[in-house]
Design a protein around this ligand. Structure first.
Ligand code: PEP
Ligand code: MN
Length: 342
C-alpha cells in the first residue's frame, strides 16, 4: 500500500500517518518527493488494510500496490535512484565502469591491475577476497588479507572498492574495507545475507542469480531495501539456458525491463555472462546501447596465470579499447562516461 501525502504536509502530520501504520504492525518508508510525499507500507504479503488513513491530515490518496515488491518499484519512487560512491554516481546521467581482477591473488597483482585500470578510465575497482567457487578445491580467496590489499589499492589509486561478501557473519568485516558490498549470483537468494547487508548503510551490488527471474531479482533487492538500505544497484550477469556454447546467456532485455519496473540502477557484467574474452566487448557495447547504467568488467595483466576466470579477463589494452567504445555508444544513447576528479 502507498499513502500519498501533499508535499507541504507538516512533519507532525507525516509522523501521525507513520504512527498509525506502525501501530497496526506494519513498517512505513517515507519518501519525500518534489510533487508528493510517498509512504510505502510494508510488512505483509497480502493486501494491507488500515482503517481511516484517508481521513488523516495531508493524506491525498491511499493506493494499493499490486506488485509483489513495493520499495524497488516505480510506484513508490518514479524517479531513478542515484547511488553515490565517492565522487562516482551510479544510475544518473553518467555511465560508470567497475574493473579489476576476478580475485585478489596477491598484493602486487591487485596494485598493478588497479593502477592500470585507473589509467584506462575505470571508476571503481573490483576484486573478490572471498570467492564462491564451484569446487571446494579451487582457490577460495585471500579473505581479510585480500581486503587489506584492496584497501591499499584504493589508497594508491583513489578507486573505491567493490568486493563480494558471502556470509552474514562476515558482513561487518567486509564492510570495514569495502565501499560497495557485492552479493554474488549464487547468493542472490541468501535471505539472511540480504537482510544483513540491508542493515548496513553501504551501497550494495546485487547480481542476478543464474536461474533467477526478474521478479525474483527485484524481490531479493526488496529484502535489502526493507531493512532501510536503499542504496542497491542490480546487475545482469547472464543466466543459464539450454544454450551451452558460452558460460551463460546474457539477457539483454533484462536491462530495459528492470529500468521500466524499478528505479534502481542496473549494471551489466559481460565477463561472467560470456566467460570468453572475445565476447566481452560486443556484449558490453550492446548492454550500454540497451540502457545499462554501467559495466563490471574483469581485467587481468596475466590472464593465463589468473587463479580465477582468466579466459574471460580482458588484457589492459582490450579494456582501454572498450572504454573508448563505451564512450561512443553512450553518446548515441544520451549518456556520458563519468570523468573522475584527479
Ligand atoms: C564475481 O563477480 O566475482 C562473481 C563471482 O560473479 P557472479 O556472482 O555473477 O558469478
Ligand atoms: Mn569472476
Amino acid at each position: 500500500m502507498l499513502v500519498m501525502m501533499s508535499k507541504d504536509s507538516p512533519q507532525a502530520a507525516i509522523d501521525r500517518v507513520v504512527q498509525r501504520i506502525v501501530d497496526q504492525g506494519y513498517q512505513a518508508h517515507v519518501l519525500p518527493g518534489a510533487v508528493r510525499v510517498a509512504i510505502a507500507v510494508t510488512g505483509n504479503e497480502k493486501a494491507v488494510r488500515i482503517e481511516n488513513l484517508q481521513a488523516l491530515e495531508g493524506v491525498l490518496e491511499v493506493i494499493s500496490v499490486t506488485k509483489p515488491y513495493k520499495l524497488v518499484g516505480r510506484d513508490w519512487k518514479p524517479e531513478n535512484s542515484v547511488i553515490q560512491v565517492g565522487d562516482v554516481k551510479i544510475g544518473g546521467d553518467e555511465l560508470v565502469v567497475i574493473a579489476g581482477p576476478c580475485t585478489v591473488e596477491n598484493r602486487e597483482q591487485v596494485l598493478s591491475i588497479a593502477q592500470q585500470v585507473k589509467k584506462d578510465g575505470a571508476h571503481l575497482l573490483r576484486g573478490g577476497a572471498w570467492k564462491p567457487r564451484t569446487s571446494p578445491y579451487a582457490f577460495q580467496g585471500l579473505k581479510e588479507e585480500g581486503l587489506k590489499y584492496l584497501a591499499e589499492a584504493r589508497e594508491k589509486t583513489g578507486l573505491k572498492i567493490v568486493t563480494e561478501v558471502m556470509s552474514p557473519e562476515t558482513v561487518g568485516l567486509v564492510a570495514e574495507y569495502a565501499d560497495v558490498l557485492q552479493i554474488g549470483a549464487r547468493n542472490m537468494q541468501n535471505f539472511t545475507l540480504l537482510e544483513e547487508v540491508g542493515k548496513t548503510r553501504k551501497p550494495v551490488l546485487l547480481k542476478r542469480g543464474m536461474s533467477a527471474t526478474i521478479k525474483e531479482l527485484l524481490l531479493a533487492a526488496e529484502y535489502i531495501l526493507q531493512e532501510g538500505n536503499y542504496q542497491v544497484m542490480l546487475c545482469e550477469r547472464g543466466i543459464r539456458t539450454f544454450e551451452d556454447s558460452l558460460r551463460n546467456t546474457f539477457d539483454i532485455s533484462a536491462i530495459p525491463l528492470v529500468k521500466q519496473l524499478s528505479h534502481l540502477p542496473i549494471l551489466a557484467d559481460p565477463s561472467h555472462a560470456t566467460g570468453d574474452r572475445s565476447k566481452v566487448a560486443p556484449v558490453a557495447r550492446a548492454a550500454i546501447a540497451a540502457g545499462a547504467d554501467g559495466l563490471i568488467i574483469e581485467v587481468h595483466n596475466k590472464p593465463e596465470e589468473a587463479l580465477c576466470d582468466g579466459p574471460q579477463s580482458l588484457l589492459p589494452e582490450h579494456f582501454r579499447k572498450l572504454m573508448g567504445e563505451v564512450e561512443k555508444i553512450g553518446a548515441a544513447v544520451g549518456r556520458k562516461v563519468h570523468k573522475s576528479i584527479e
